[in-house]
Design a protein around this ligand. Structure first.
Ligand code: PMP
Length: 412
């Protein structure tokens, strides 16, 4: 006897079972555009995927094969929720390369990408209705996590030098006066996704001080920090304050995103709660992938590999800046990122970049509409371009198509 019901009926029955949390989860605009980007006739300036063709793929293949044949029963087994001891030690070296030396191995937990570290932070600190502070604009994946935990994201004003300290102070006071419970500031101080903006060195101690005084934790998300193409690196917030900053790092941009390995460096007094939250979701980060990364870090010149990435991305960034300077119509401004993957365009107010995306598809170029990255109305006339994933000639052609489209929109 078949008990199958029509899908519509079934969905109506089961929708009543959804949690409030799940009902609020939306498909990210970045995912929508990802589907579009598979069309080869379109130039995609949308995707923020690293360019993995420059990795030593044969060598990584040999490493993976050797690990499985020689240490298979360990590599294919469950592991510690903390991560493998070897990788946790090596993460200290990677952090030292970014100037962070005030972390002990006991404070490092390996995670399933830094995305899961964001999830763990929300799980540990946030109740439904709590508030977190963030840059405006900020990373869409973080906004989605906040939404999934029914946490309110309160955008703080940023300018071309990143978060504005005075605006942060005022925002905290205003929210507190309105009875909001603020848990942490989520910030991407280096080469923000989507804006490409970096928090100025002189603002960093002030931001750290404001949060510490206000009893607001900092969640520092730094996946792009080592992808710098010009200028001097500023100190990480974690290196300025080891007690009030949870630092999130990732191998996704300096090596490979598909291995899904990131980490969090957590103040000692918070560490146990933090890693138990991760264990409850995934039990442990993938053992094989951690072992591949460990061997890669030992046997390959990983710093040289980052330089290879940086040479590549830096010339793609230059190609995009050059194309924007040549083709972009008057009245449109853009950021000048010192590193990372993204440039942020501000169009005249009134042009809705969601609507523009459909016209972009017709014109053969796609990007990510700004509204995806903001919980305020401020980004509707903005958009994100990525220069990491396609070559210089494609970037130039994409910017040319986009500029022609914008020209037509502005002169309407
Ligand atoms: N934070 C930011 C700012 C990102 O841009 C991304 C990925 N695009 C992530 C976190 C997630 O990285 P991971 O692959 O380590 O989960």
């Amino acid at each position: 006897m078949s008990t199958n019901q029509p899908v519509d009926t079934l969905l109506t029955t089961h929708e009543a079972l959804f949690s409030e949390r799940a009902a609020g989860i939306k498909q990210s605009a970045v995912r929508d555009v990802f589907e579009l980007s598979l069309d080869p006739s379109l130039v995609s300036l949308a995707g923020g995927n690293p360019y993995l063709q420059v990795l030593p793929l044969d060598k990584i293949g040999d490493i993976a094969q050797r690990i499985i044949t020689e240490q298979g029963p360990i590599a294919l087994q469950y592991g510690s929720g903390l991560g493998t001891p070897e990788l946790r030690e090596q993460i200290l070296e990677v952090m030292a390369a970014e100037g962070i030396t005030n972390v002990s191995v006991d404070d490092v937990v390996v995670t399933n990408g830094s995305q899961s570290a964001q999830d763990m932070a929300c799980k540990v600190f946030c109740n439904p209705g709590d508030t977190v502070l963030c840059e405006d604009p900020t990373y869409v994946g973080a906004l989605n996590t906040f939404e999934a935990y029914q946490v309110k994201a309160a955008p703080v004003l940023t300018d071309e030098h990143g978060l504005v300290p005075e605006a942060l102070r005022t925002k905290i006071d205003e929210l507190r006066a309105a009875g909001e419970r603020i848990k942490f500031l989520y910030t991407i101080p280096n080469f923000n996704n989507p804006s490409g903006i970096t928090l100025a060195a002189e603002r960093r101690p002030e931001i750290v001080e404001i949060c510490r005084e206000a009893g607001v934790l900092i969640l520092e998300d730094n996946p792009y920090g080592m992808l710098r193409y010009e200028g001097e690196a500023a100190p990480t917030l974690r290196s300025l304050d080891e007690q009030n900053v949870i630092y999130m790092g990732s191998f996704s941009k300096i090596f490979s995103p598909g291995l899904r390995i990131g980490w969090a460096a957590v103040p000692t007094h918070l560490f146990r709660r933090f890693y138990l939250a991760g264990e409850a979701v995934a039990l442990c980060p993938p053992t094989l992938n951690q072992m591949i990364i460990s061997a890669y870090l030992t046997e390959h010149d990983w710093r040289g590999q980052i330089k290879t990435y940086n040479d590549l991305y830096s010339s793609r960034r230059d190609a995009m800046l050059q194309a924007l300077a040549t083709h972009l119509p008057e009245g449109i401004t853009h950021t000048h990122p010192e590193g990372g993957f993204f440039i942020w365009l501000t169009l005249p107010a009134g042009i809705d970049t969601y609507e523009l995306l459909q016209k972009g598809v017709d014109a053969g170029v796609i990007f990510i509409p700004g509204a995806a990255f903001s919980s305020s109305e401020s980004a509707h006339h903005k958009l994100r371009l990525a220069f990491c994933a396609v070559d210089e000639a494609t970037i130039t052609e994409g910017v040319r198509r986009l500029s022609a489209l914008l020209e037509a929109e502005i002169s309407k």
